[in-house]
Design a protein around this ligand. Structure first.
Ligand code: SF4
Length: 372
């Protein structure tokens, strides 16, 4: 297993986020600062259980230690730039990071179709990068290109903000927001550990799902990790020809290689994989694609989530008509594939990944142009 370094680097660059620290890292920092390492559990309790935003409220810590914690760590979470509510209860947040970059987080209540979550559960869709380098042709995040990876503290910070706003715990996390999670592997893994640990947010690994566009070598790496996190693969095409039209990553990791990695994951984990399949009119919604998808999913015992395409301004793709969607679903079901047709939540608030940020960035660009 690739593990995060266990000492907090407090001297280089901006201050590390307190929310990115593991118990061992904090203990190492305390030792180096001449403090007792048992204070680590007190600090983590303040950060994750009592949701402290500054060390100055940590009244059971000595004043000298609170001062060091303030000077060595960044205690902030991302701030809410825009909050939009949808009629179906979905809430979308545009969050501002400390370098003024923007990312999106979506709170999805009552999502029975999402990975079997009971309907009273709150699911959070989290971003892992600012923008994305993978350039999927249907995706707003891909349109803006890649800016940077999120720090583990910024990933955990999204969950922190969401539970503050919702006034309750987050039950499920899907790493399905902006960015390719497996391209930010170390920060992602560190964040999942902090989210999972009893001293962190205590969210079960089986309640976290990583969604990838198909980075086969990283899927193999993830299969060897001890945390039993779920895997969803964005397939969106059942042949290389169709997949390559919308997902450039397929040229690097064609379907045969991707399926080999999925079989390895399945064999090591004994865990069902989910295939995400966005249905786009005239592109991948044919009977032939449905039959071929069933042939890929069957041997893996994979579940299939069919997602009717959510229109993105400036992109040419359209959502298929309802009878086409139903025919596609029925073919999978007839072949014995567990499949759901997920009507995208938050359609009225542009919940498809990257759309809100894209609009904001476009406005920013327009403002700059009109200022010249
Ligand atoms: S779908 Fe995912 S991997 Fe593809 S461009 Fe969008 S964020 Fe990146």
């Amino acid at each position: 297993m690739r593990s995060a370094p266990e000492s907090a680097n407090v001297s280089a660059g901006p201050r590390p986020f307190i929310r990115a620290q593991t118990d061992l890292q904090l203990a190492a920092w305390l030792n180096a600062a001449g403090e007792s390492s048992y204070r680590a559990s007190q600090i983590l309790d303040w950060v994750h259980k009592k949701k402290a935003e500054t060390p100055h409220v940590c009244t059971n810590l000595p004043a000298s230690l609170r001062k060091k914690l303030a000077s060595d760590f960044d205690w902030t979470s991302p701030s809410v730039e825009i909050e939009c509510g949808s009629l179906d209860g979905t809430k979308k947040l545009l969050l501002r990071l400390r370098d003024d970059r923007l990312v999106e987080t979506v709170l999805i209540p009552a999502s029975p179709a999402l990975y079997g979550a009971p309907s009273d559960r709150l699911t959070l869709c989290v971003s892992t990068q600012v923008g994305c380098a993978y350039g999927c042709r249907f995706c707003a995040s891909g349109l803006m290109g890649f800016t940077r990876n999120l720090d583990a503290g910024e990933i955990v910070g999204q969950v922190e903000i969401a539970r503050r706003l919702a006034g309750r715990r987050v039950d499920n996390i899907v790493f399905m927001g902006m960015g390719e999670p497996l391209a930010n592997y170390d920060n992602l893994l560190r964040a999942t550990r902090i989210l999972n640990e009893p001293w962190g947010l205590g969210i079960g690994a089986r309640h976290m799902t990583i969604s990838t566009s198909g980075l086969a070598p990283r899927i193999r790496e993830l299969a060897a990790e001890p945390l039993q996190i779920r895997l969803a693969v964005s397939l969106h095409g059942a042949t290389d020809e169709v997949r390559e039209r919308i997902m450039p990553v397929n040229r690097r990791y064609p379907i045969s290689e991707l399926m080999d990695a999925c079989h390895e994951f399945r064999a090591r984990r004994k865990q069902a994989i989910t295939f995400e399949f966005i249905l786009i009119e005239g592109l991948n919604d044919s009977i032939e694609q449905a039959e071929l998808l069933a042939r890929l999913a069957g041997p893996l015992q994979a579940k299939v989530n069919l997602i009717p395409y959510n229109t993105v301004e400036g992109l040419p793709w359209r959502r298929p008509a309802v009878p086409v969607l139903k025919t596609f679903l029925n073919i999978l079901k007839t072949r014995g594939i567990p499949a759901t047709l997920r009507l995208e939540k938050g359609h009225d608030i542009e919940a498809a990944c990257g759309q809100l940020r894209l609009k904001k960035e476009m406005h920013r660009g327009n403002d700059k142009q009109s200022a010249l």
